[in-house]
Design a binder for this molecule. Structure first.
Ligand SMILES: [Zn+2]
Ligand SMILES: [Zn+2]
Length: 363
């Protein structure tokens, strides 16, 4: 099967033949990929901000159809439509047993061991699977806990985005921040995740929802289709935090950093009301350090890390599918362009340039 392989940081991906094992292990499934989103955290690996062993196949929000299952798999079967998601959990560690699979402490348990034939290889040499998914490929060999079966009425291309952008954004608002009706919310960064924080806030009944971005197009989208009540164009406004405090007296109750720029955490704190919370969703890179005035802590403000929107795939992904089929969850508005695997480098360049919304690779 063909896959897009990253051989070293800053290089273009090479679309080429990659081998998968003929035989599945008992806990594995083989999925024919239908669609995969290109996400900022894929870009972070390409740009060398997040170090990973190479060569590697990226792509961590994908959808597809199950081709075959291992002998121990009884919750999905051939023909099922599934979302493959980067929250791959062991199911046995303390976090998994406590119902927090996104915090799983033993991801190695969901990978193949050192002595085993790798899930992906070129001429017998291992090709690594980013986040145990590797969705930039026509076929995925996955641990059973990487996939969640979904309602077949759900369009498979849109379903791909449920695995990361939507789960992270909506989950951060609904499950992690637990936004209450009437709360004031600001979202810094209106890309794939930020737009979904806006719609998660709207689904939670938030009062003011302020979207902040440098792109007029994204801000328009946030207001027209994702529930934002106000927008701030960061390319035109010098003091974004002051503008937030003008819109909602004293600042927002919840401010989400959805860009992954360390300097924006203090901007977010400046935009937060006393006693309020900053939710750091962005991926800052392995070497990033964050500085802010300690006075914010004396104002009762907190900065919280967010991991995958605390996603519980088996519970939350079917819920998101239901939300969409009922007409409550906007997805089409997230899609900038649909492209073929052969054109994937164009989609990556577009993401790096910050021009479009989500680019979907469709197979
Ligand atoms: Zn992602
Ligand atoms: Zn676990």
């Amino acid at each position: 099967m063909r896959a897009a392989v990253l051989h070293e940081p800053h290089a273009p991906l090479e679309v080429r033949e990659v081998e998968t094992p003929a035989e599945l292990l008992p806990d594995e499934v083989r999925v024919r990929t239908a669609a995969v989103g290109i996400c900022h955290s894929d870009l972070h690996v390409i740009q060398g901000l997040v170090g990973r062993p190479m060569p590697i196949v990226l792509g961590h929000e994908a959808s597809g159809v199950v081709l075959e299952v291992g002998s121990a798999v009884d919750d999905v079967q051939a023909g099922d439509h599934v979302v493959a998601c980067f929250v791959v959990f062991c199911g046995r560690c303390r976090m998994c047993r406590a119902g927090q699979p996104a915090m799983c402490q033993d991801r190695e348990a969901t990978m193949r061991g050192a002595g085993q034939e790798p899930r992906l290889s070129i001429d017998g040499v291992e090709v690594h699977q980013w986040t145990n998914v590797a969705g930039f490929a026509e076929e995925m060999v996955l641990h059973r806990n990487a996939v969640t079966a979904i309602d077949e009425r759900m369009p498979l291309d849109l379903a791909a985005m449920l695995g990361c952008a939507v789960a992270t954004g909506v989950g951060s608002a609904r499950k992690v921040a637990r936004i209450a009706p009437g709360d004031a919310v600001a979202v810094i960064g209106a890309g794939g995740v930020g737009l979904n924080v806006c719609q998660g806030a709207a689904l939670s009944g938030a009062g003011a929802i302020i979207a902040v971005d440098r792109s007029a197009h994204r801000l328009e989208l946030a207001r027209a289709r994702f529930g934002a009540t106000h927008t701030i164009d960061a390319s035109a406004v010098t003091d974004v935090a002051a503008r937030v405090r003008e819109i909602v007296d004293g600042g927002a109750d919840h401010v989400f950093e959805a860009v992954g720029a360390p300097g924006l955490v203090e901007v977010a704190l400046d935009a937060t009301a006393r006693g309020g919370s900053v939710w750091a969703i962005g991926v800052f890179g392995d070497a990033a350090r964050i500085e802010f005035s300690a006075a914010h802590l004396h104002s009762g403000k907190g900065v919280h890390g967010v991991r995958a929107g605390s996603l519980e795939p088996q519970r939350d992904i079917p819920q998101l599918v239901e939300d969409h089929l009922r007409g409550d969850l906007e997805l089409e508005g997230l899609v900038g362009e649909r492209i073929a695997l052969a054109d994937i480098n164009r989609g990556i360049d577009a993401l790096a340039a910050g021009t479009g919304a989500r680019t979907l690779v469709v197979f």
